[in-house]
Design a protein around this ligand. Structure first.
Ligand SMILES: Cc1cc2nc3c(=O)[nH]c(=O)nc-3n(C[C@H](O)[C@H](O)[C@H](O)COP(=O)(O)OP(=O)(O)OC[C@H]3O[C@@H](n4cnc5c(N)ncnc54)[C@H](O)[C@@H]3O)c2cc1C
Length: 406
């Protein structure tokens, strides 16, 4: 059998791989690349798909680069699911048992949604919002369905609730968390969000676990806090799991994700990994767009030698939901006693900035959205408290758009 050989193969088409290709070319590498991607469209901006449900989107609307970009960059595209990797032979196998051979392999396979096993409902009956095609399926269902149960109070669950409410749907948001976005903010930041959600008709059930969903005709039913709830569709936003199957088949080190060192190298010298699938030395799996982009870049820089080590910049999560702008950076790392905390409030704007040795290490912000980039810069540059006060003074609602039209 004639097996195609490529100096570089990437599995997984998304931001880590695009950033990897871009950087390789910027660095002067012109080797042929094979990009294996499993979804039904070219790599796209995943972050957009659940934030544009109100208006919907065309199939190729959010693609990161068009076909010509790949051709111009000497990248061959292969739209297929990779089944396994034989690291000894440096081969990637597909379902039809055909294979390709690599010199270097980048695994940028990201994550898959975890749909919970609940009694009374099959996982396939529930929706998730991981891929563009998932959102398209949800939008199709939303055409003639009215009432949605969303399970999960994380960012995705709340963003999906926001979009469905804007589409005129009724939403029940049920979560094990004590309050929505609990992992990213203390309750003081979430109270206004909860109020806004309730005002917009969201039925909030926090601190609950959905165990059983019963099918009743063409509807579903469950019980929460003594209430019987009836709804048409279920959306599971209950977390994700790194796609490590290929890495396992290759025999490289994995835990929750693929173990990488600070150069994005795995335990196999010819396999690198980047993005949401990578687990860093401190145990972190980043789960954020810009982090995956940064890691793709580092993977390219370090592909043939260890040139630039990965340090974990303070990535932030920002979201605009139910007319609130929320920004959180490094909250999960904070042990309050170790930090000097600057807490400021001005009408709808609130921010808590965390300093260690007079360096900004973490920040939470509500409704100062137009200056989000400056908050990010302050974190990256570890501004002192006096610099924050001088260059980023608290500004009341000036910077927040209260437009009731959303
Ligand atoms: C709905 C949604 C909204 C989000 N919003 C934000 C946000 O606002 N801000 C933010 O910072 N982050 C956000 N994120 C997270 C962000 O999208 C991810 O961090 C980022 O996409 C990770 O990129 P990645 O390159 O690691 O891989 P991914 O984007 O996860 O893509 C991996 C790709 O690899 C493919 N793949 C996996 N295995 C195989 C295989 N065996 N063969 C072929 N292909 C394979 C997958 O199908 C997928 O297409 C959001 C995520 C989702 C789902």
């Amino acid at each position: 059998m004639n097996i195609h050989k490529y100096p570089i193969i990437i599995v997984g088409g998304s931001i880590a791989s695009i950033s990897f290709i871009r950087t390789l070319r910027e660095e002067g590498n012109a080797e042929k690349i094979l990009l294996i991607y499993g979804e039904d469209r070219l790599p796209y901006k995943r972050t957009k798909i659940n934030k544009n449900m109100v208006r919907g989107f065309n199939k190729d609307e959010f693609i990161i680069a068009d076909k010509a970009w790949y051709t111009n960059n000497n990248v061959e595209l292969l739209n297929v699911w990779a089944k396994s990797v034989d690291a000894e032979q440096k081969r990637i196998y597909f379902n039809n048992d055909e294979s390709v051979e690599y010199g270097k392999l980048l695994l940028a396979t990201g994550v898959t949604s975890v749909v919970p096993r609940l009694s009374g409902i099959e996982p396939e009956e529930m929706h998730s919002v991981q891929n563009a095609s998932d959102v398209e399926r949800l939008l199709e269902a939303a055409k003639d369905k009215k009432r949605f149960l969303i399970i999960g109070g994380g960012v995705e669950g709340v963003e999906t609730a926001d979009q469905l409410v804007r589409k005129g749907k009724e939403v029940i948001l049920a979560s094990r968390l004590k309050y929505p976005l609990q992992k990213l903010f203390p309750y003081e930041f979430i109270q206004p969000l909860e109020e806004s959600m309730l005002k917009r008709g969201v039925e909030l059930y926090s601190g609950v676990s959905v165990a059983t969903i019963e099918r009743v005709g063409d509807k579903y039913k469950t019980h929460l806090k003594g209430q019987e709830l009836v709804f048409d569709e279920v959306v599971a936003s209950t977390g994700t799991m790194p796609n490590i199957q290929l890495a396992i088949s290759a025999g490289i080190k994995t835990e929750r994700g693929i173990m990488v060192d600070e150069w994005m190298h795995t335990s196999d010298p010819d396999i690198i990994a980047a993005g949401d699938v990578a687990q860093h030395k401190n145990g972190v799996i980043t789960g954020l767009w810009h982090a995956a982009e940064h890691q793709g870049k580092l993977a390219a820089i370090n592909i043939y030698s260890k040139k630039e080590a990965h340090t974990q910049p303070p990535y932030r999560l920002k979201t605009e939901v139910f007319n609130q702008f929320l920004f959180s950076a490094e909250y999960e790392k904070i042990v309050t006693s170790e930090y000097d905390v600057l807490k400021e409030d001005e009408k709808a704007v609130k921010r808590w900035m965390y300093f260690k040795d007079d360096k900004l290490k973490a920040a939470l912000m509500l409704n100062d959205g137009l200056r989000a980039k400056q908050y990010q810069q302050a974190l990256m540059e570890e501004w002192s408290k006096s610099k924050v006060k001088k260059e980023l003074p608290l500004q009341a609602p000036l910077s927040f758009n209260f437009s009731p039209s959303l």
